[in-house]
Write a new protein. Sequence first.
Length: 164
Amino acid sequence: MSMGTELGNLLDWVEGIRRRVRELAKEWEDQEGNLIMILHAIQNEFGYIPRGVASELSKELGISMARIYEVITFYHYFRLTPPGRHTIQVCMGTACYLKGAMDLQNELERQLKATGGRDGEFHLESVRCIGCCGMAPAVVVDGETHGRLCPNDMAGILKEKRGK
């Protein structure tokens, strides 16, 4: 591929981003809380809030990047980095927390660090409650709930996901 073709593709991509940001801004125009709703739509589309997209949104809405980042960093839902291929959510609701969810989280962090899992393969996050208190402590991996876990179970869950 020639340098001109690559540059043309990049410019097309950037223009597509600009067009999409304009569409979102227009869709939520004149509505209370529109910045948050637009950021939700962006994250739903990209999986996170890319800096370049935030910059385009700043220009489109006429607000500072500082204001956009203030909102992004205030709400736990928003991410500034791409999520991993597999998402692991550790429930930190009361029942799970009391039955050892923190130990599960610590073990997952330890294993992911030891095996290089922070390379984009896994996205680990704590969530408030997944509504499975009777299965405490529980984690959700790629939408599948695993309950009544102990830290030793984490290696098997990670191994299973790495095989897919």
